[in-house]
Write a protein that binds this ligand. Structure first.
Ligand code: 9MR
Length: 475
């Protein structure tokens, strides 16, 4: 089917808006630019190319098992330029037993994406569901360290290959309270989400780091809970780049759907529609409204549907997707395409936040609120190994740096690593080397520690932690 493009075929602008975006979309528009007299509308007859005109992407969830289905993969590669593995990057799939990783199925999806110029959303690193049994049986420090190790290992494996990670998924409770969901991860301490994000930033500084949830599609208690968290993270310099709105919609969207996206964007994060599917007799119109809402929010960077054909959907029997079971485009497809084609300038004109590695305010835990105009403190500090998670070939260690009564503005922790131990990764501090005597210095955002307060950093190493000692000097 050929779609008549409503307006805005401004090729120079469209080409500019592609900087840094998907290869497939780039090829499509460069081709359009070289064929000025040919119908430029060629670039706008697929979801991916249409979204790319405003600097956005259009994606779908993909199970590895479907890649061999040629009807499926033909639609995938024609229409979509972003892929989210439906289940293959979840904890149970990637780390079925502790520190033993299994990337085969997810690697196959990444290889497909690379071969077809599609980018990847990583889904998901820390979630209360789809945990392997060994994780379900952990608690406290052991679970916290396992989460940190999981994030480090999975993100290292895919470093440079993931556009955005759903670092934490579905951590807020349904209902009126706006609070956190109870889970084994939540019971490790309320700071588990920010630890996950800090770990993720260190593991792959180029990936956008997202929080992702459902029933957050309008202004309600749950979305406001998430909003407050993002606002707090931004205020304290906890790295977060994007918020995903799953948008599993039944019948209609809240009237403040767009306003909700916009209030998050106003906090300085990208917003993305991450798992879209819509049931009900008004499906085509609702798909159009959702697409339009994203187009109306400059920092709405893209839309992902949770599957391609109705027969691929997890919502069996509800036919909530854009293609029917035979792979034909539905009316909802046309609604989406038209809204994409009508879009004005998109996120390519807003500042990138994906590579920020030096948030500013101190995240140190302070026993009292910090007076904003006090003279700079100086003095000593102490360091202690607050936790170690050892497995047969390696370990993670968390080091707590506590300021003396005068506080510090900068600190260095000298760690004496046991013979044979080699650091492979670290977070919240910069190491001087990888073995023997290693000095860890603070980052810009955690050098200042009030008197009696502390901050923590950590590292992952091969070898054995037994005999590890640490000492601190501060000024
Ligand atoms: O579509 C996924 C389905 O195949 C899995 O069985 C299910 C397991 O929990 O997860 C589905 O995807 C979910 C996504 O990862 C997170 N948000 C809700 C999605 C639908 O349940």
């Amino acid at each position: 089917m050929r779609i008549t493009v409503p307006r805005h075929r401004d090729l120079p602008r469209a080409k500019t808006s592609l900087k840094g975006w998907g290869v497939a979309a780039g090829v499509a528009l460069v081709t359009g630019a070289m064929m000025v007299l040919a119908p430029a509308a060629d670039a706008a007859t697929t979801l991916g190319a249409s979204a790319a005109q405003s600097g956005r992407y259009f994606g779908t969830a993909v199970p590895n098992s479907k890649l061999g289905d040629s009807t499926y993969s033909t639609i995938l590669d024609r229409e979509f330029n972003m892929i989210t593995p439906e289940n293959e990057m979840k904890w149970d799939a990637t780390e079925p037993s502790q520190n033993s990783f299994s990337f085969g199925a997810a690697d196959a999806i990444v290889a497909h994406a690379t071969a077809h110029g599609q980018r990847m959303r990583g889904h998901t690193l820390a979630w209360y569901q789809q945990q392997p049994g060994w994780v379900q049986n952990l608690s406290g420090t052991a679970l916290r360290n396992a989460m940190i190790n999981h994030i480090n290992q999975v993100m290292a494996h895919y470093k440079g290959k993931i556009y955005a990670w759903d670092v934490v998924n579905e951590a807020y409770a349904d209902g009126t309270g706006g609070g956190r969901r109870d889970s084994n991860l939540q019971r490790t301490g309320n700071d588990w989400i920010e630890v996950a994000f800090r770990t993720a930033r260190a593991a792959d500084p180029a990936a956008k780091l997202c929080y992702n949830d459902y029933n957050t599609d309008g202004v309600n208690a749950k979305s406001t809970g998430v909003y407050n968290m993002v606002q707090d993270f931004k205020a304290r310099g906890v790295p977060i780049d994007c918020v995903g709105f799953q948008s599993h919609i039944t019948n209609s969207i809240p009237s403040d759907y767009q306003a909700n996206l916009q209030r998050f964007a106003n906090l300085g994060v990208d917003v993305q529609i991450t798992e879209l599917d819509v049931s009900g007799s008004n499906q085509a119109a609702v798909y159009g409204q959702i697409t339009q809402a994203c187009m109306n929010v400059t920092r709405c960077t893209g839309i992902t549907t949770w599957g391609i054909r109705d027969s691929d959907s997890w919502r069996s029997g509800e036919n909530p997707l854009l293609f029917d079971a035979s792979g034909n485009k539905k009316a909802a497809y046309t609604s989406v395409l038209n809204a994409l084609n009508a879009a004005g300038p998109g996120p390519s004109s807003s500042p990138s936040t994906g590579t920020s590695t030096s948030p500013s305010p101190s995240p140190s835990v302070s026993p009292s609120s910090q007076p904003s105009q006090s003279p700079p403190p100086s003095g000593g500090c102490t360091a202690a190994v607050s936790s170690v998670n050892q497995w047969n070939t390696g370990f993670t260690a968390t080091i707590r740096v506590t300021a003396g009564s005068a506080g510090v503005n900068a600190w260095t922790v000298t760690a004496n690593l046991p013979s044979g131990a080699t650091i492979t990764n670290s977070w919240n501090a910069t190491p001087s080397g990888t073995s023997g005597t290693v000095r860890f210095t603070n980052l810009s955002y955690n050098g200042h520690i009030d008197g009696g307060a502390y901050t923590e950093f950590g590292f992952q190493a091969n070898g054995n932690a037994s005999g590890l000692t640490v000492s601190c000097s501060g000024s």
